[in-house]
Every structure is written in structure tokens, then in C-alpha cells.
Design a protein around this ligand. Structure first.
Ligand SMILES: [Zn+2]
Length: 61
């Protein structure tokens, strides 16, 4: 599990803003609207691989 101490030191690689942990194994940056997936317990903070939140969490098209 991700604890709060770890969360407190993690920042968005793009805007350096605070990240939110989602239970679906991802970090969310509300400021950028990006989702950083966690694979095998390791957050993937490559900006190029981050997904827009709207495209992945919302079914409307
Ligand atoms: Zn950000």
C-alpha cells in the first residue's frame, strides 16, 4: 500500500504539484489532469506515458 509519508514526498513531474493516490493503482495530478499508472507497485512518472484523466475515467465520448 501507499502510505501518507510516501504520498507527501511525491510530486507531479510536470507541475511539481501534489498527487492524489487512487485505489485503482494510479496517481492523479488534478492540476495537470494526468494519471500516472502504477505497475507492479512502481509508479510510472514518465510524462509521455501519463494518460489524461478525462479520457480514461469517464465513459462519455
Ligand atoms: Zn501536474
Amino acid at each position: 500500500m501507499i502510505d501518507e509519508k510516501l504520498l507527501s514526498i511525491l510530486v507531479c513531474p510536470k507541475c511539481k504539484g501534489k498527487l492524489e493516490y487512487r485505489e485503482d493503482e494510479a496517481f492523479i495530478c488534478p492540476s495537470c489532469g494526468l494519471k500516472y499508472e502504477i505497475r507492479d507497485g512502481i509508479p510510472n512518472f514518465l510524462i509521455d506515458e501519463a494518460e489524461p484523466i478525462d479520457a480514461s475515467s469517464d465513459g462519455r465520448d
